[in-house]
Design a protein around this ligand. Structure first.
Ligand SMILES: *[C@@H]1O[C@H](CO)[C@@H](O)[C@H](O)[C@H]1NC(C)=O
Ligand SMILES: *[C@@H]1O[C@H](CO)[C@@H](O)[C@H](O)[C@H]1NC(C)=O
Ligand SMILES: *[C@@H]1O[C@H](CO)[C@@H](O)[C@H](O)[C@H]1NC(C)=O
Length: 139
């Protein structure tokens, strides 16, 4: 019977862990969420994915779009998890018509004007072209 204690297991895997950390995500260390520049392309893509998902799930007749990205964090978890705090506003563009969100103005009249505070968590694995919104909370 082979007895392997935890230190031996660690020594066995340590080189692979270090290799992956350096090759997979050179700029971000694994572990806790860290603040990331809001204009980072990965953040921008995560915001787009989250807003798209929000509009897909909502039953509103109008589309919402980003009003302000208040905070962005990133955490390494087999890929990257973006943790976003954002404000979305209701636009004048209706869901059923073709649209380009960029050109959709925000509603300005009181009954239709609405701003939501959202918490999004978007998991992306870039090398597998995988994006998933794992948390979407808007109030
Ligand atoms: C974020 O990135 C932009 C563009 O790369 C840069 O102009 C800006 O100074 C950065 N902001 C912070 C807080 O690092
Ligand atoms: C959300 O997307 C699914 C799949 O693409 C689609 O079938 C569904 O109608 C969409 N729902 C809304 C409310 O847009
Ligand atoms: C949207 O409508 C469907 C069907 O009427 C309902 O099951 C769902 O909970 C609604 N979603 C929201 C976010 O209100």
């Amino acid at each position: 019977m082979i007895h392997v204690n935890s230190i031996n297991v660690w020594l066995l895997f340590f080189p692979f862990v270090v290799l992956c950390m350096r090759r997979c995500e050179p700029t971000v260390k694994p572990g806790f969420p860290r603040s990331v520049n809001k204009s980072n392309p990965g953040v921008q893509r995560a915001v787009m994915v989250a807003v798209y998902e929000f509009n897909n799930r909502s039953n509103d007749s109008f589309l919402f779009k980003l009003l302000e990205l208040e905070d962005a964090k990133v955490q390494v978890v087999t890929g990257l998890k973006y943790i976003l705090e954002a404000r979305l506003g209701r636009t004048v563009c209706r869901k059923r018509e073709p649209y380009d969100l960029k050109n959709c103005a925000f509603q300005t009249e009181t009954p239709l004007q609405q701003i939501l505070n959202c918490h999004f968590e978007v998991w992306t694995v870039v090398w597998r072209n995988f994006n998933k919104v794992i948390v979407l909370l808007c109030v």
